[in-house]
Design a protein around this ligand. Structure first.
Ligand SMILES: Cc1cc2nc3c(=O)[nH]c(=O)nc-3n(C[C@H](O)[C@H](O)[C@H](O)COP(=O)(O)OP(=O)(O)OC[C@H]3O[C@@H](n4cnc5c(N)ncnc54)[C@H](O)[C@@H]3O)c2cc1C
Length: 425
């Protein structure tokens, strides 16, 4: 743990903590910090929660310890990349321009690495509730949380067989699930139309009916507690011995004792944090929304081969998933939403046309583990980004950890696996 002068000793600082980025990770950080008495400012040019957080599949996925990295990628990749019916797409030019991410990702597809990643994620996910539930309570948002389990379904025996190893890893990590016959799956969800070979039932799993509403209620509570929100982006920051100066897009300079970098997939774009040097990439993901069909299912259903979830939401049935490896600012790829539309019509009848098509950016490191800890540049800067497919789930626990670090406390759970310096050399 680095040593520093106590944060309140620097009387010239305007804030104890400045948070850059108000997605699930940033707003959780801000609310935890303010709740603990730190004078906190959060900056985001966009409405809190309106980024990737808003469009997720909304599962509190405490069972999701299996990364996209997989030894099978080497054999399945050619099919995944060339098939019209694939949830994965990869822009080769982008991959070649970013060899550090691409080669790092492939390197982390080795069995030993996948085992390490699954264990690290599995352990971290056990802390989900202790990070998230106090925030849900604080934000008076219990009505947005549905506890009605989650289902994964497989259509073919071959695909289920190839997932056996991952499911064994889940079980070894303490994830509880029941294997269901097709009849049992259909009993739970009678409107599913696709072929079903079998299912997994994650009992006790929860989902959120509107993540943006959740973040917005967290913001409201944060402000009630005295926290400040500024609708500006942070361009750069400059740490010194007494604190850190954040430079905003309107030329304002703000002083804080600590700076939390929680800008999701854009975390590397804020200069002076040291994150510019980390191989942060993005897995782009899409959703479509059928507004009148939320009642077709009563819990999130992940269709394993198709690579997406159908989730009953406050505003309709959301079909969310796919992984597109491409530049963060590349154009919207309608091939991905066409795919979701086609496959969702295999899953349900009578859907009609979607009312919404959305693209978001999962922040993903090559090893699918988040980066949480002090920047090498200065311990005034604390990172929390790179939560890939499970940032809605892990935002709360990450925010609680940043609040520990901002007060020079030992984090309440082990973050050794998420050390920023794991990419050095
Ligand atoms: C299709 C899809 C399905 C998903 N399903 C799930 C799921 O079921 N469960 C789950 O747990 N996770 C899921 N995820 C992943 C989850 O959505 C992300 O991991 C999570 O939203 C990341 O949160 P974040 O706060 O890091 O980023 P974001 O929500 O993207 O927030 C980052 C914020 O930073 C702001 N920002 C950017 N630059 C600056 C700057 N310079 N200064 C200030 N602010 C800045 C942005 O405006 C944005 O508001 C899914 C993702 C996708 C794409």
């Amino acid at each position: 743990m680095p040593t520093t002068s106590p944060i309140n000793a620097t009387t010239e600082n305007d804030f104890d903590l400045i948070v850059a980025g108000a997605g699930m990770v940033g707003m959780s950080t801000a609310l935890w910090a303010q709740k603990e008495g730190l004078k906190t400012l959060i900056c985001d040019p966009n409405p809190p929660g309106s980024g990737t957080t808003s469009g997720s599949a909304c599962t509190i996925a405490t069972y999701a310890c299996i990364p996209v990295n997989s030894p099978s990628i080497f054999t399945t990749l050619p099919h995944l990349l060339t098939s019209r019916d694939s949830p994965l797409s990869f822009n080769i030019r982008h991959g070649l321009k970013n060899p550090r991410w691409t080669l790092g990702f492939l390197n982390n597809c080795r069995s030993s690495r996948v085992q390490h990643i699954s264990q690290a994620l599995g352990k971290f996910l056990t802390h989900t509730d202790s990070g998230l539930d106090p925030l849900i309570k604080e934000a008076n948002a219990e009505d947005l949380v549905i506890s009605n389990d989650c289902l994964y379904v497989w259509s073919s025996q071959a695909a289920f067989k190839s997932a056996r190893e991952s499911n064994a890893v889940r079980a070894a990590q303490g994830v509880l699930f029941d294997e269901l016959t097709p009849e049992e799956v259909r009993q739970l969800e009678p409107n599913l139309q696709q072929p079903i070979h079998c299912g997994l039932h994650f009992k006790g799993a929860r989902h959120i009916t509107s993540p943006q509403e959740l973040v917005s209620r967290m913001q409201k509570r944060f402000e009630q507690l005295g926290g400040k929100v500024l609708p500006h982006s942070v361009r750069s920051c400059q740490p010194d011995t007494n604190g850190v100066t954040a430079y905003l897009d309107d030329s304002t300079e703000i002083r804080g004792a600590r700076f939390a970098l929680t800008a999701g997939a854009r975390s590397g774009q804020i200069k002076g944090t040291g994150a510019e040097q980390l191989p942060l990439g993005t897995e782009r993901g899409y959703h479509i929304l059928y507004p009148d069909h939320a009642d077709l299912i009563s819990r999130p259903v992940g269709w394993a081969e198709a690579g997406f979830y159908a989730t009953p939401m406050a505003d309709g049935l959301r079909i969310a998933g796919t992984v597109e490896i491409n530049a963060i600012d590349a154009a919207f790829n309608t091939t991905c939403t066409d795919y979701l539309q086609r496959k969702s019509k295999e899953m349900f009848t009578g859907l009609g046309a979607p009312s919404e098509k959305w693209l978001g950016h999962r922040p993903t490191m090559p090893d699918s583990l988040p980066v949480i800890g002090y920047s090498k540049t200065s311990h005034r800067i604390i990172y929390a980004f790179g939560h890939q497919h499970i940032g809605l789930t892990l935002g709360g626990v990450s925010g609680k950890i940043v609040t520990d670090l901002a007060q020079d406390r030992q984090p309440y759970c082990d973050i050794t696996n998420f050390a920023p310096n794991r990419f050095s050399g």
